[in-house]
Structures are given as structure tokens and as C-alpha cells.
Design a protein around this ligand. Structure first.
Ligand code: ZN
Length: 235
């Protein structure tokens, strides 16, 4: 059976370009999760939303946009926040998850739920002119807790919110996340597993890819896996 059920959590600055790129690339089964309605301030950057969508849940406006243009796509909108009560069920029903949220708490919840469900996912984050993406293969490559250990403090989160996000940076990161999702559905090797891609739109060297190792002691178990492989005979 095709492993092509993709869950996108967040239908904002990252989720919208990811959705568009997935539809163009031929994705067939998409589930969208976001609790928020379309607001006037979304229209400039999140280009699939229109004036008439203001007040409508983002997932419903996005699903309508999608089926009008890509009638072959099966889309399931959920106008809810991903939380402890629904995360395991939603993640468990999919083959790949795109973290397009802007909340560190949600990012750690996606990480932890995907680790338990053994579902690969791609993290994405944008602050100001800088964006990052990393794919996590649970138990095999570094997870978000391997890299960051704990969610940032509330004042750090606040300063990130104030820095805002820049549309083209979010667009680039969202498209990269979509590419990783399509690799999952085609059983191709991920480009960003065990690596963090950083896209800096302010400086001259724009894209940097940094290898990240699993952190010993992280509950995701990827470090033990790496250890086992290095101990295996013939390696
Ligand atoms: Zn980890």
C-alpha cells in the first residue's frame, strides 16, 4: 500500500506554501490541522486565502482552494489545535507529518508523538530572515529533543513572535518540507534526515546544511541505534 497519507499541522506561513507545493507535486491524500480562522492580516502572505474567507477556519478555506484546483486530491480538514487529546490518533493515521506550526509547544508535541508512533516528520521554523528545516526518522536520526533538549522559555518565544516571519523565507522552508513529504510517499531517501538546513535571507551565504548527531540520553533512542551500528561487525 502506498505510504502517501500526509498530515500538515499549521495552515499559516509554512503550511500554505507546503500545501501548494504538495498539490503541484501530485500528492493525493492530505489532512490539514489548524484551529484558527482566516484573518485580514493573513491575506498578504498566505496567498491562497481571499477576502471572502475571513472568519472561515483556515483548514476549510484551504481545502476549498485545493479541491477547486486539484480535484484529484483527497483532503480532510480538521479545525482543531493538535493537542495531547488528539495527537496520537491524528499522527497514527498518517505516513508523514509536516510541522508547519509556529508554537514550540506544538513542535515538541509533534516530535514526541511521532517518535512513539515511529512516523517520520519534517520540522520547520522561521524567525525573522532565518528559516530552518530538519527531517526526523524516529529512532534512527536526531530528533528535535536531540538538538534543542527542551522548549524555549516564554520570553524567548515572545521575542521570536515579535521578530515576525518573512514571507519568502517561510515559502522556501514550506516548499522544502513538501519535498521531504513527497520523498516519503515515493519511498525515496530524505534529503534532510540527520541534517539541519538553515536558510538565511539576510546574508550572502544563504543555505547551510549542518549534520546533527543523535544526543546520547535522548529518549528517542536514535543515539543507541547509531551506537549499535558502529559496534556491528564489519563496520
Ligand atoms: Zn532525540
Amino acid at each position: 500500500m502506498a505510504k502517501d497519507r500526509i498530515l500538515i499541522v499549521g495552515m499559516g506561513g509554512l503550511g500554505v506554501p507546503a500545501l501548494w507545493a504538495l498539490a503541484r507535486a501530485g500528492a493525493r491524500r492530505l489532512t490539514l490541522v489548524d484551529p484558527d480562522p482566516v484573518e485580514l492580516s493573513n491575506l498578504a502572505r498566505q496567498v491562497i486565502y481571499r477576502d471572502r474567507d475571513i472568519g472561515t477556519p483556515k483548514v476549510e478555506a484551504a481545502a476549498r482552494w485545493l479541491v477547486e484546483r486539484f480535484p484529484d486530491v483527497k483532503v480532510e480538514p480538521h479545525s482543531v489545535a493538535l493537542d495531547e487529546s488528539n495527537a496520537a490518533r491524528l499522527v497514527g493515521a498518517h505516513d508523514f507529518v509536516i510541522d508547519a506550526t509556529d508554537s514550540p509547544v506544538a513542535k515538541f508535541l509533534i516530535n514526541d508523538t511521532c517518535i512513539v508512533a515511529r512516523t517520520p516528520f519534517v520540522y520547520g521554523g522561521v524567525v525573522g530572515m532565518t528559516g530552518q528545516a530538519m527531517t526526523v526518522i524516529p529512532g534512527e536520526t536526531a530528533c528535535i529533543r536531540c538538538v534543542f533538549e527542551t522548549p524555549p522559555a516564554e520570553d524567548e518565544i515572545q521575542s521570536c513572535r515579535e521578530a515576525g516571519i518573512v514571507g519568502p523565507v517561510a515559502g522556501a522552508i514550506g516548499e522544502m518540507q513538501a519535498t521531504e513529504a513527497m520523498r516519503a510517499s515515493r519511498a525515496q531517501t530524505f534529503s534532510l534526515s540527520g541534517k539541519i538546513l538553515t536558510y538565511d535571507a539576510s546574508g550572502p551565504s544563504r543555505v547551510r546544511i549542518t549534520a546533527v548527531s543523535p544526543r546520547p540520553g535522548c529518549g528517542c533512542g536514535a543515539s543507541k541505534q547509531e551506537h549499535r551500528e558502529s559496534q556491528a561487525p564489519g563496520r
